[in-house]
Design a protein around this ligand. Structure first.
Ligand SMILES: NC(=O)c1ccc[n+]([C@@H]2O[C@H](COP(=O)([O-])OP(=O)(O)OC[C@H]3O[C@@H](n4cnc5c(N)ncnc54)[C@H](OP(=O)(O)O)[C@@H]3O)[C@@H](O)[C@H]2O)c1
Length: 336
């Protein structure tokens, strides 16, 4: 099988496979993992041309960085590893998230991530969430210091507004912005997408499969998700919303049938093509722990949708029941 195409990661960054791999579910959030299959998935992804691997210090309290460390080190020159700081759990309440961007915290986080990953330098270091109490001059300024110190190669931001992205980029070049973007989640098209296109910042859409929903896997998510699955806290997966959202997949199914493709492949092809409409470099990072699915997902980079098909898919996002997070202040849309 030929390797997937490549895309630019930031205006002066490396080229990476046009689809990356989200590693979060391998250690956290989406229920039990077969560790051997997850390791085999990392290897298979690389064979298929996937070179950007996404993790964060928050995924399993550092466990996900440790999990991918041996893979990253076995292929150090061939993979681009992205990790993040800013989110931690409140020790007194594990479901409460604490966001910090202060310089001392950032300096401690980067050293801890370098150690868990077992690398000398992090290829792409993201601020996972903005703490509005810390001026961007301080947080981005500290991240820029990390670049000068050789601990980090490129900088990224996650769930920032268009204005925050522009202000940050003026302090230090931002290579990538990682935000949720999919057939179900299009709020970033108002501010972040045009800012990224203007600045030449690569967009890294997370949850491009709607956390699995867009693959058609859920009809009654309350019954289908395990007790400890993070999606039980997501409004789109709960109560009447889940059934209403499952019904929205009918046009995705129609388009999938026309291409002999899966629903997930159509969802991934849609992200690539919407990016082209905006003149944006894009590297979506679908998450999977299974080799067969990374094969399926990377094959989606070759699916080309017609204008009529894009028009059929256009109304879906406006009809989705439930927000993409229980607390939308946890997203850029809460400040946009
Ligand atoms: N910056 C942020 O705030 C943020 C937030 C969330 C996620 N992320 C990053 O983005 C990555 C991707 O997002 P995500 O994992 O939340 O959502 P996603 O990629 O939209 O969906 C992942 C879910 O879909 C399933 N799946 C994947 N491929 C499939 C296929 N071909 N057929 C059927 N099911 C399939 C996966 O299950 P299996 O694993 O069992 O295949 C998993 O349950 C994460 O891994 C993480 O690195 C970042």
């Amino acid at each position: 099988m030929t390797a997937i195409a490549t895309a630019r990661l930031g205006s002066d960054g490396p080229r990476v496979g046009v689809q990356g791999l989200g590693c979060m579910g391998m250690s956290w959030a989406y229920g039990p993992t077969d560790a051997d299959e997850a390791r085999a998935t990392l290897e298979r992804a690389l064979e298929l041309g996937v070179t950007l691997y996404d993790t964060a210090d928050a995924y399993g309290g550092g466990e996900n960085e440790r999990f991918i460390s041996s893979f990253v080190n076995a292929h150090r020159d061939d993979v681009v590893v992205a990790t993040k700081f800013a989110i931690s759990s409140d020790p007194s309440d594990p479901f409460k998230r604490v966001i910090r961007n202060d310089p001392a915290y950032i300096r401690a986080c980067v050293d801890a991530s370098l150690q868990r990953l077992g690398v000398d330098v992090i290829d792409l270091y993201y601020m996972h969430r903005r703490d509005v109490s810390v001026p961007l001059e301080d947080s981005i300024g500290t991240m820029a210091e990390l670049v000068r110190a050789g601990k980090v190669k490129q900088l990224g931001l996650s769930e920032v507004t268009g204005a925050e992205l522009r202000a940050a980029h003026a302090i230090h070049p931002i290579a990538a912005v990682q935000s949720e973007w999919s057939l179900f989640s299009r709020d970033i098209e108002a501010g972040v997408v045009p800012a990224a296109a203007d600045l030449g910042v690569t967009l890294v859409p997370y949850s491009p499969l709607g956390r699995g929903f867009l693959t058609g896997a859920f009809v009654s998510a309350d019954k289908e998700l395990g007790e400890d699955d993070f999606r039980r806290q997501q409004p789109r997966f709960t109560g009447d919303n889940a059934a209403a959202n499952a019904a929205l997949l009918a046009p995705v199914r129609t388009v999938a049938q026309a291409h002999g493709a899966t629903l997930g492949q159509i969802a991934l092809a849609w992200v690539q093509q919407r990016a082209a409409v905006h003149g944006l470099d894009v590297v979506p990072i679908p998450g999977t722990r299974k080799r067969s699915r990374v094969e399926e997902n990377t094959a989606a980079t070759r699916v080309v949708l017609t204008d009529d098909e894009l028009a059929l898919l256009e109304p879906i996002a406006g009809q989705v029941a439930g927000d993409r997070y229980a607390d939308m202040n946890f997203t850029s849309a809460g400040r946009e």
